[in-house]
Design a protein around this ligand. Structure first.
Ligand SMILES: [Zn+2]
Length: 320
């Protein structure tokens, strides 16, 4: 609560119907000049809530309700200069490795899922922003720019120490794609999970902390895994809270916090985690028909829900 200066723009024009505030008069102050002075009545409640973010580019808005309460919202939305139609772009090392339209469509769809989730979370923290109407704005705010998917023309083995992988995230705006990749639409949401997983890695770069910083998301997950190993990579045959195994809901088998985080990013984007199964192999549901999560599933969901909104704010403030 409280008023904060914002480039001198805090004096917003009230919308029609909003009460005009009276001049400030201290009723405890006795008048000294005139014996016929009558104190001016003061409205009972005037509440002003102002949230100010560092950038002040938009005009503040004043909203009013039927009560004498005035709520000032000064929460300027970051200006997006990038083309809203394209949140991902495609390039390649040479014409031998061009992208097919089908591959582009799959990657775009994965990115769209991420944009929708980010928009939903950002809207809760910033109700005056229009990210619900333009989810791509949410994506561009967080990632700072379009994310490029770049075909290197190399195999995973040649480019990395791993035998088989589809890609490697270079930074918040670039994901290398190897010749091992098989990006195709299988008419299932699972088609998009690899893209979402890579965007999970890119999100870490968008948050922008050095890997040794204790507030780095990977460090925080590492610490959490030390306290509860079921937040880490499950052994074969177990899910430990993931909604499925490799390669449906886990796009890596690597037992590192960075790879586990990228898979938990997918779980968070879809809000899908391991659910309880009854004796007939049917999902257990609550009174509203929603699936009941296993303890491990709930723990993974809680970890992401607890931290992601804070990390998103850091990513938005970062100039990537
Ligand atoms: Zn990965």
């Amino acid at each position: 609560m409280g008023l904060a200066a914002c480039g001198g723009a805090e004096t917003g024009t009230p919308t029609p119907g909003a009460p005009i505030l009276p001049p400030q008069v201290d009723p405890t102050q006795e008048p000294t000049a005139s014996p016929t002075w009558i104190p001016t009545p003061i409205p009972t409640v005037v509440v002003a809530e102002i949230t100010v973010t560092p950038e002040c580019t938009a005009e503040p808005t004043v909203t009013s309700t039927a009560t004498p309460t005035v709520i000032l919202i000064v929460d300027p939305q970051p200006t997006i200069t990038h083309d809203l139609n394209d949140i991902v772009k495609f390039d390649q090392i040479s014409d031998s490795f061009t992208w097919t339209d089908a591959e582009k469509k799959v990657v775009k769809e994965g990115a769209r899922r991420v944009a929708l989730k980010l928009a939903g979370v950002i809207k809760i923290a910033h109700p005056s922003w229009d990210v619900d109407q333009f989810p791509n704005k949410a994506f561009l705010m967080v990632y700072g720019a379009q994310v490029e998917f770049f075909k290197t023309g190399q195999s995973c083995e040649k480019a990395t120490t791993y035998k088989d992988c589809w890609g490697k995230t270079i930074n918040s705006n670039k994901i290398n794609v190897f010749t091992d990749s098989e990006i195709k639409d299988s008419a299932s949401e699972i088609s998009y999970h690899w893209t979402v997983h890579e965007l999970g890695h890119a999100f870490i770069d968008a948050v922008g902390k050095e890997s040794t910083d204790p507030t780095n998301p990977i460090k925080i997950l590492e610490t959490a895994i030390k306290e509860n190993k079921h937040l880490g990579r499950p052994p074969e045959g177990s899910l430990w809270g993931f909604a499925g195994s490799f390669s449906a809901w886990q796009n890596s088998t690597v037992d590192s916090a960075a790879e586990v985080f990228a898979d938990m990013y997918t779980g968070w984007v879809y809000n899908k985690w391991e659910v309880k199964i009854d004796e007939n192999d049917n999902p257990v549901t609550d009174g509203n028909g929603n699936p009941v999560l296993t303890t491990d599933g709930q723990n993974r969901a809680s970890f992401m829900n607890k931290h992601m909104s804070d990390w998103i704010e850091v990513a938005i403030k970062n100039e990537n």
